[in-house]
Ligand binder design. Sequence first.
Ligand code: ATP
Length: 257
Amino acid sequence: MRTPALARCPRTGPRTTLIDMKKDVVVSVRDLRKAYGRKVAVDGISFDVVRGEVFGVLGPNGAGKSTTVECAAGLREPDSGTVRVLGRNPATDPSVRHRVGVQLQHAVLPSRMKVREAMQMFASAYPRHADTETLLADWGLAKHHGTAFAALSGGQKQRLFIALALLGEPEVVVLDELTTGLDPAARRETWSLVRTLQARGVSVLLVTHAMDEAEQLCDRLVVIAGGRVVAAGTPAELRGAHPNMESAYLSLTEEAA
Ligand SMILES: Nc1ncnc2c1ncn2[C@@H]1O[C@H](COP(=O)(O)OP(=O)(O)OP(=O)(O)O)[C@@H](O)[C@H]1O
């Protein structure tokens, strides 16, 4: 496979991640802009996610990561730019939304809602959905089916959110800060679940500000700072001559600050 060269992106001009055009692009974001009042959250972001890859969106707090992926998933309407998911505009074409599963940062369920109840309630929103019991078994939640949301561990909650995101048997899954707040064992377990998803052919758009997570999971990634892409490539390309990913990331994001 031809891998893209690291693109250290200038602060002005077009910003695109180089990809092999023969690949099947499942998410295409071009010159995306989004402001909240006078706060510009996303300022001209472009990237493509290729079918079957784990694509990372990395960056410091407030960089615009969540806004970017929420626009990509059709949950927010961009001010300008284009988003295509599986060739369609997710903001205006509801048919594509069922093909995208979303686990959002800070997601919560009612504290007394039980695991199986949550699965059944969310499943009822889909015209066709995956078998809820199979999903519970697949994601290690079968024995917790009667447990209330508030009584689940952090890792179990994240597994439940992944299972909920998979109800529509999506081709693309958006995972936003999946492992924030989890202990090291639960993080590693969650990473292995992401790899399982990828092995099943699901394309993953992964938001993180954890360097080790990006390095372990992502095939390619963009680093965002101040609403702009400051670098794009594979983790190895991003690391470049730096001793480790963290040093590369700090240098890229400090330069952009
Ligand atoms: N609904 C909103 N209203 C006003 N400002 C917002 C809103 N959502 C996000 N912002 C602001 O837009 C900027 C980008 O936010 P966003 O959540 O996209 O960044 P992020 O990179 O995901 O941050 P974090 O890592 O902290 O979650 C931040 O300055 C944030 O405060």
